[in-house]
Design a protein around this ligand. Structure first.
Ligand code: GDG
Length: 483
């Protein structure tokens, strides 16, 4: 029976070793959260890195790592510390990530990183080919594996290969600055179907292919000498029912069952019943606009001092890529900003920002989503932003206001949110005021519309649509051959 092979840099599970014993925890992050339910329900195998370098896994535990992975229908790709440095922290996160998010000043062009990127992409492709059988469908994910589609195509010319990019694809003027632009495009074009979150990213990619490689592009099809490659947009959804159910159960739980975090949040609500809580959740990443957000919040409190003691920003920043200097710099900047603003505005009974720098269990995430009246998500660039969708899905009584950056892919589908430009502090401050004062009926009306859309286009539908389109490309290929 044919199967789907999913490939992403990280497996949806993270393996760690504590006192010579293996521990398995779910991975945090957009891709893992989104695809997990698709993987769980279908006949698929997931290939990726389990989160530990070869040096960190003692020889006698190596087989156990594969065993743990197998239990979840996963296959671990083993990478050594130098490969993780060059491929992951290097080319993926110091070259592609900043460039694709328009942070050109952060983009490094280092030949050594590029060499590691090629070697590791080949390792993934080799692992896929070990598991590939005729009739299988291969689905490669994200910017760490841009070369994999063509590496598979070279060994298995008839394979059905899909590629989905979870981050933005930049405009041609930005992409053309990459020294390895030809190789990167040729790598992706090994796929039959290439998917993006939005129509804009799709157009940017097509424009780069036509102007750099000079391939013929007709609407959303690229004609190669031997094949046609289709490009389309598939806005990723969330597992709506999972978030809705978690929120409903959360409301039903008794006070003894409540988490410590929820008790503290409730305590705040009781102490200051008129005050509202503003939520912000992201990985600590410069693309997410966290520093801008704090400054905009300061601007808001300066401009509208009547909100002092009436609002509180609850900010969860999840540690991420802390080996990369820009992330270390951002961490220092955020620490400093939070300290300064808390110092500037705090009163005896009130602190303007509650700042958590850690990853939280899913239950605590639900505590935050359900307790906060406003979500303030202001990325400078974001492929999609699933947090925005999750917040809305947990608002089972339909109240709550989402303030969302127009630079997030999600903004294209969430018009009923208050859409802002994150660089315009005055607009952000105005949106906070509007959110604070928005009548409940209006909140309900807006959220009901958002919820209807999010429920209909969940992650399952996203995966199904992509798969359906991918399978169609096989039929098209057969007819192309017979012309
Ligand atoms: C990339 C793209 C695109 C966050 N903190 C915790 C936690 N999370 C979960 C959230 C959400 C996910 O992580 C974050 O997803 P985002 O989409 O917001 O952001 P990225 O990680 O940057 O994802 C992004 C996505 O891929 C999918 O294509 O939308 O644009 O950058 O699901 O709930 N989960 C837990 N604890 C936390 O502390 N358990």
């Amino acid at each position: 029976m044919s199967k789907t092979i999913i490939i992403s840099n990280r497996l949806p599970l993270q393996i760690s070793i504590d006192q010579h014993k293996l521990e398995v925890t779910p991975s945090v992050g957009g891709l893992a959260t989104g695809l997990k339910s698709f993987h769980k329900d279908g006949d698929s195998v997931w290939i990726g890195w389990p989160g530990l370098t070869e040096e960190e896994i003692p020889e006698e535990l190596k087989e156990q790592v594969q065993e743990k992975a197998r239990e979840e229908n996963c296959v671990a790709v083993h990478l050594n510390a130098a490969e993780i440095d060059g491929f992951y922290y290097g080319f993926s996160n110091r070259t592609i990530w900043p460039l694709f998010h328009y942070f050109m000043e952060y983009t490094e062009s280092d030949d050594t990183y590029w060499e590691y990127y090629k070697t590791v992409n080949q390792k993934y492709a080799d692992e896929i080919l070990k598991h590939y059988e005729e009739g299988d469908v291969i689905w490669v994910h994200d910017y760490q594996l841009l070369l994999v589609p063509n590496m598979i195509r070279e060994q298995a010319p008839d394979a059905v290969i899909g590629f989905f990019n979870h981050i933005p694809f930049p405009s041609y003027e930005v992409f053309r600055t990459l020294p390895w632009r030809d190789e990167v495009l040729q790598g992706v074009l090994g796929a039959d179907l290439i998917g993006f979150h939005t129509y804009d990213y799709e157009r940017h990619f097509l424009s780069s292919v036509s102007r750099i490689l000079r391939h013929q592009v007709d609407f959303n099809e690229i004609t190669l000498p031997d094949r046609i490659v289709k490009v389309d947009s598939f806005p990723m959804g969330i597992d709506y029912e999972k978030f809705e159910k978690a929120a409903l159960e959360h409301y039903k739980s008794t006070s003894e069952e409540q988490s410590e975090l929820q008790r503290r949040l409730d305590h705040h609500l009781e102490a200051t019943p008129d005050a509202k809580m503003i939520l912000s959740i992201d990985r600590l990443d410069y693309t997410k606009g966290i520093a801008h957000r704090i400054r905009a919040y300061e601007y808001f409190l300066d401009k509208y001092p009547e909100f002092i003691e009436k609002v509180r920003l609850v900010m969860l920043a999840v540690p991420s890529r802390s080996n990369v200097p820009q992330y270390q710099k951002l961490k220092r900047e955020v620490d400093e900003l939070v300290g300064r603003i808390n110092g500037k505005f705090s009163t005896v009974s009130w602190t303007p920002i509650w700042y958590f720098y850690r990853s939280m269990p899913f239950e605590n995430l639900i505590d935050l989503y359900t307790s906060c009246d406003i979500a303030l998500l202001t990325p400078i660039r974001d492929g999609m932003n699933l947090v925005a969708k999750e917040y809305i899905a947990t608002r089972t009584n339909h109240t709550g206001v989402l303030i969302l950056s127009e630079m997030a892919g999600a903004a294209h589908e969430m018009n009923e949110a208050l859409i802002i430009n994150p660089n315009n502090f005055d607009q952000v401050a105005q949106a906070l005021k509007t959110a604070f004062e928005m009548p409940e009926e209006e909140q309900i009306q807006r959220n009901k519309m958002l919820q209807k859309r999010l429920r209909r286009y969940g992650v399952e539908k996203w995966a199904q649509d992509f798969m359906k389109a991918l399978k169609h490309t096989r039929e098209n290929r057969d007819s192309f051959k017979s012309i």
